[in-house]
Unconditional design. Structure first.
Length: 353
């Protein structure tokens, strides 16, 4: 039996693509072990998927000054030795890394034992963790055609691995969960697994106007519920959902989302008309802005700037997207850049012979 180590952590976007590969990997006869950060948010997601999970020490790779920058290298070094020990004992045939700072020591440890490593880069440009790990990679999979120029000869355009269960949603289940009617269109708002304060505020300012024509299902993030809006007809808010996400996708007529690569790839694979509000360059390295611009250029999405967008901008854009929804659906349906599970698993099989 072939053995594989999956690694990735820090956000759900670094975990769910790994989990999307699991059914086909098991079908191909792979034994799977997952390495994440000790006590990281990925622990629960991975264990819920029924995988053998091992946590290692992990620092954070920051682009700003913090006193922790002086102590975290020692955590990364400790994680490297822990990963070496795990790999030496488990003897995997291959390692697949989805990114996040926990993956760097795992990739370097695998390279030390000459084990093939495949990295997947979701964003338009590689993040800091992947930039460090690419040096030790055998191949680097990517979502956007434009990313190839940053990766050199290791680049393989696979698209994103999408969880197959997302295509099996039940609209009625979600409508019942939200106490919505079936005769009024639904906007789903999501800021990713951690929520998005700016998006939440903008949606809530626009809510009275939006509720005249739409129902709004709002996934607002842990600790970000608005108690004053509880009981508002046509509005349902949740901190976070997991298993029901497929049902919410099935229910949604329009999606308002951040522009994290994993999220928008799922939205495009499901052909859902959408409005992207990328994390601003002030609060990130600007990858979401690049992601969103690419999707807008391909006719998949409309984009709003979180620093300048008003509630009126949001209201007008929601109506524009809903009224012209068929054009966005057609553009996404013709795309070949999503659904990369088969391509990635084929690459894993090829490199682990």
């Amino acid at each position: 039996m072939k053995k594989i180590i999956l690694t990735g952590g820090g956000t759900a976007g670094h975990v769910t693509p790994n989990i999307a590969l699991v059914p086909q990997l098991k079908e191909a006869g792979y034994q799977i072990k997952y390495i994440g950060s000790k006590g990281g948010m990925e622990t629960e997601l991975v264990q819920k998927a029924g995988l053998d999970y091992v946590g290692i020490s992990s620092g954070k790779l920051r682009r700003y000054f913090s006193w922790k920058n002086f102590s975290d290298p020692f955590k990364v070094l400790k994680g490297y030795f822990q990963a070496k020990k795990i790999i030496k004992k488990y003897k995997p045939d291959i390692v697949f890394s989805k990114g996040g700072f926990v993956t760097v020591p795992v990739v370097y440890a695998a390279a030390k034992y000459h084990i093939p490593v495949i990295i997947h880069e979701s964003d338009m440009t590689p993040g800091l963790a992947n930039r460090l790990a690419i040096k030790k990679a055998t191949r680097v999979c990517h979502n956007f055609p434009e990313t190839a120029k940053y990766l050199g000869e290791k680049a393989v355009h696979t698209g994103s691995p999408i969880r197959s269960e997302l295509f099996t949603g039940n609209k009625i289940t979600a409508l019942d969960m939200c106490d919505f009617t079936a005769n009024k269109p639904v906007i789903m708002v999501t800021g990713g697994s951690l929520g998005a304060e700016h998006v939440n505020q903008l949606v809530r300012l626009a809510l009275p106007e939006l509720l005249k024509d739409f129902q709004v299902a709002h996934l607002c993030g842990k600790g970000k519920l608005d108690e004053s809006l509880k009981g508002t007809k046509g509005y349902a808010q949740f901190e976070y959902i997991s298993d029901e996400m497929k049902d919410f996708f099935a229910m949604a007529d329009v999606i308002i989302s951040r522009a994290g690569a994993n999220s928008i790839c799922e939205i495009a694979a499901l052909n859902k008309p959408n409005i992207l509000i990328p994390l601003s360059a002030n609060a990130s390295r600007g990858d979401q802005i690049l992601n969103a611009k690419s999707y807008q250029a391909q006719g998949f999405s409309e984009v709003l700037d979180e620093d300048t967008a008003t509630k009126d901008d949001l209201i007008a854009t929601v109506h524009k997207v809903y009224d012209n929804r068929s054009s966005y659906i057609d553009a996404m349906a013709q795309s070949t850049g999503t659904g990369g599970v088969e391509r990635i698993v084929a690459l894993i099989k090829e490199l682990s012979k």
